[in-house]
Design a protein around this ligand. Structure first.
Ligand code: ATP
Ligand code: MG
Length: 245
């Protein structure tokens, strides 16, 4: 469903010179798999997800999303991908329903299909109680749910979430986690980035630990425990990025 091969992105930074934000990353994800990208601040998670979402051009390497090449077929990639980023802005003067309807239309859904789909998504994400409120009057958690609805309204087979629970309280985060599981059970591929250990442990079928732009390790929670000889996942993570405990 997603195949990444030697993907790299360098930035020219006036102070730091060349910054290798993503430095030769390769992995594959299957349909019906929740794949976690676990890495500390600055590891390259957002840069990697932005390349997959065709927002950033890679410096080297290639990737396919749902069989489409991110360089040669960016429109097809976007059609088959739901991308959630922490920095996504909503249209503040529109209501939640208007925003998601707008994106459904952009993706070419007929009005009838859009309405059906929005009803289903709003029910799943519990948006209905505030669906007709303007976005600038919503709380962080409510906005995040609208952003998710917007990202998935076209029923893409691949979901790419950059820190989907950041800024959410336990209850809202649990709702998002439940939603991610549901997507997996529908056979979708879910890739999500985080630095929260408990989420990775509870949710991911497989994990890639990313550090300084490179994949430090890849495997199931149990495989990574075995590899490091640690039990607590925080310690597993620290071992994998070469930190002293
Ligand atoms: N436009 C840019 N120009 C220069 N450097 C950049 C740019 N975007 C990202 N970087 C650098 O690339 C590296 C990776 O950043 P990235 O945002 O991908 O990390 P991240 O894993 O998402 O971190 P966080 O957990 O803080 O969101 C960092 O060193 C960052 O400073
Ligand atoms: Mg980031």
């Amino acid at each position: 469903m997603v195949a990444i091969d030697g993907l790299a992105k360098s930035f020219r930074d006036r102070k730091r010179g060349e910054v290798r934000a993503v430095d030769g990353v390769s992995f594959e994800c299957r349909p019906g798999e929740i794949f976690g990208l676990l890495g500390p601040n600055g590891a390259g998670k957002t840069t990697l997800t932005r390349m997959l979402a065709t927002i950033l051009q890679p410096t080297a390497g290639s990737a396919q999303v749902a069989g489409y090449d991110i360089r040669r077929e960016p429109e097809e990639v976007r059609r088959h991908l739901g991308y959630l980023t922490g920095s996504a802005a909503l249209y503040e003067r529109l209501t939640a329903r208007e925003v998601v309807t707008y994106f459904a239309e952009l993706h070419g859904l007929s009005p009838k299909r859009a309405a059906n789909r929005i009803e289903a998504v709003f029910r799943t994400l519990d948006i209905e109680p505030f669906a007709d409120r303007r976005c600038d009057r919503l709380s962080t958690g409510q906005r995040q749910r609208v952003s998710i609805a917007r990202a998935i309204v076209h029923e893409p087979p691949v979901l790419l979430f950059d820190e989907p629970t950041s800024g959410l309280d336990v209850l809202s985060a649990r709702g998002v986690v439940r939603f991610i599981r549901q997507c997996r059970d529908e056979g979708r591929t879910v890739i999500f980035s985080t630095h929260i250990m408990s989420e990775v442990e509870a949710l991911c079928d497989r994990i890639a630990v990313i550090y300084q732009g490179k994949i430090a390790a890849i495997g199931t929670v149990d495989e990574l425990r075995e590899q490091t000889g640690e039990r607590a996942f925080e310690n597993v993570f620290l071992r994998l990025i070469g930190e002293e405990l």
